[in-house]
Structure formats: structure tokens, C-alpha cells
Ligand binder design. Sequence first.
Ligand SMILES: Cc1ncc(COP(=O)(O)O)c(C=O)c1O
Length: 453
Amino acid sequence: MAEQTRYTLSESEIPTSWVNLLPDLPGDPVPPLNPGTMAPAGPDDLTPIFPMGLILQEVSPEPEVEIPEEVREAYKLWRPSPLFRARRLERALDTPARIYYKYEGGSPPGSHKPNSAVAQAYENREAGIERLVTETGAGQWGSALALACSMFDLECLVYMVGASYDQKPYRRSMMEAWGASVIRSPSDTTDAGRAQAEHTTGSLGIAISEAVEVAAQDERTNYALGSVLNHVCLHQTVIGQETIAQMEMAGDEPDVVVGCVGGGSNFAGLAFPYVRRVLRGEKQMRFVAAEPAACPTLTRGAYRYDFGDTVGMTPLLPMYTLGHDFVPPPVHAGGLRYHGDSPILCGLVKAGVVEPRAYAQNETFEAAVRFAREEAILAAPEPAHAIRAVMDEAAGAREAGEERVILFGLCGHGNFDLSAYDAYLAGELEDPVFSERDMEDALARLPKAPAIG
Ligand SMILES: Cc1ncc(COP(=O)(O)O)c(C=O)c1O
């Protein structure tokens, strides 16, 4: 029989609900805190910048949350996304492992990000909001929100991290083509930006501060976050639910699920539907989260309460953090340059359910180029980290003589990241060094808050 490479589903198989992991998490809930009172943050802390529909999703105790019909309609533009078996890569790596990847790069902006962007634009439009403001790192989230706003008739303003604004100019063009306005961050349009002007490369934390400031001051404007929060991870779980059905078609079950982590949303999207099965004792498998060695939040950060933004405008989130005002050195995986991570994912790392690994920039591009030469797709620099981890897993399977099934999230293409590929191919790509000292200094400036757990 011919070997199958691509596993596809029909439109009618787009999931009808999102998977909410909150009710299945082990241990006592660890709520976000109001930084003024240190009491658990409630809806009142969030209503100035988020619509009630999303706040209810953020704290929902229900294991499933229904996907609104208009959002499912929007998903039909790029969902269900394909699952591939990486047969050429398996042969090239000479591994007994079977490698599968779920590809989210076929969406119009080229990543998983619109899975949440359309859900957020929908809830804001329902609430009568006229404009969304956001941050973007590499430009994937900003592009996704620009698209979603054009689909749901909202204005869109994007603060783009300075280093990425300079590296990826055509991401700005894409956002503007969809009708958004784009400002390089740090900017002189906000107090937060002016206060951080010395950090010329910018950071996601600074861009978030700028966007939150704008949203908090304008009633017709809300803020949209591209990762980290529970409702963003929730929206992404269409990825894992489709994958479960596609892996069944392939007649395989993953032994290990791998994803890259910036704020945690694509990892959550692929892994959480599987994690739920593991937490319920129905299955056994490993989960590997790959992050940059230059911004090693999960592998080197402290598990503490911290702000989600640099200036300190958000509630305190329980997470691994490098410190809210730590400015990571510039890497091309701009979407992974964040000081914190999803509280749910951090709890799973703390509980030992998810294993984090950090990789240097050059080794991730080496893996991405090898992948492109075998599997054709040019990965974004972010999932290049997942590919590096997959290659290590495949080598591990060969050494152990094990038929390991490896599943990973190829969450975006790198067609706008060619300056990074150029630098790698010319041997000019740097491996920026993470400064333990800068992190220790930033951790010393964390807000005084109760220890977690
Ligand atoms: C392609 C891609 N992958 C991964 C990420 C990291 O974000 P998250 O961890 O929320 O998936 C980003 C963020 O911009 C991205 O654009």
C-alpha cells in the first residue's frame, strides 16, 4: 500500500468546542492577584480592557467551551489544518521514530495566531467595541489580529517590538494591507514607551505596556493579547482536537508531544487536549516545551507572581519569570522573547508534566534548514526550536532502539523571516548570551507577593 503523508479532515470536522484544562489541573487553583490589594483578581480588574465574553472564558470552570458559530465560520478559511508524517525526515535521520507534525502555517497570516484572533475580535465586536490595540513580537500575532479586525469590522492598532520591526519590515506591510496601524515600540505615543526609550530593541513586555495603556484610556478601545492568558490557550485547542482525530486516522498515538513556547499558546493548543487525557489517567505520554537559550523562562526563570508587562499595569500572574523588566537579547524568534509564560503551562512544568528545554539560535536554524531540505516547509524561527527538540528525540529513539512516535507543532512558516535564514546561511547568525546577572537584578525588582504553592 502507498505510504500516506498528509492527513486531512473536512470542514464539518472543525471542533465545536474548545478544551478548557483549568478544571483538570492538579493541586489548588493559583489565581492571578490584584497588585494593589493582593486579593485574587476578579472580573472588575479586567473589564477596563477585556470584554465580558472573554473574561468568562478566562475563568470558566467548564471542561468544554462552545465555539460561537461565526468563529467556526471564520475558521473555515484555514481549518481544519493538515497533519503530516515526516517520512523523508525520518529516513534522513535514520531513526526508528515516526514523526508527525501539525501544520498551522496555512492560515492567511501564516501561523496559529488567528485561531485566537478571530475569537477575540468576535467577542469584542459583540460587546460594541470599535478598536483593538495589541503588541506583536515577530509580527505573527499582529498580522493575525489585523486580519481578524478586518473580518469583524474593527479598527486595529499594533505596537511592534523594535528589534522585529527592523528585522521583518514586510510583516508591517501585511498588517497595513489588512487595514491596521503599526507603531514601532518603544514609542513616544505612550508614557510606558517614553519611560522605556533607552531599550531601543524593545521587548514584548514593553509593547504590552504601551498597548494596555492605550486601551485603558479609551472606552471604545479594548486590548487583545496573543498568548499567555487562559482564554488564548483555550482558543488554540482546536489544534490538538483535530490532531487527535488525525492521529487516529494514521493509526498512531504520540509517545512525546513537542512544541515551542513563547507565551505558551501554540504549545497549549496542540498539547492540552492530550494533557487532559494524561491528567485523567487515560493515557501516558511525555510533553516537551522548547524555548530559546537567550530567553530561558521555563528552564532558568523563577516560579513567582509577576506582572505580564514591563511597566506593571497587569494583574500579577503566577508563572516562571525572568522578571518583568528583563529585556531579553534580540533573537529572530521574536515571538519567544517574553519574560513570562502561560500560568497553566507553568503549573504543568512545576508539576513535572511538561519538560522544558532551551536551545541556542544557531542550532535551531541548523534544524530548520535540515527540515526544509527534507520536508520542504521553511519553518518560522519559533517552531525551529521545536524541530531541534524533535531531532534530539529522534536521535534518542535511535540510540534506545525504540519505535518512538513524536508529534510536534509546526505553528508557522518562515517566509517573512528570510533575513534570519540569510544570516544563518552566511554563517553570520549570532548566539546571543543570556545574562544571569541581568535576570537576578530583574528578579530582585519583582513585586512583593505571596510565594506560590
Ligand atoms: C509562529 C509563532 N510561533 C510561536 C510563537 C510564540 O507564541 P506562543 O508561545 O503563544 O505560541 C509565536 C508568537 O508570536 C509565533 O509567531
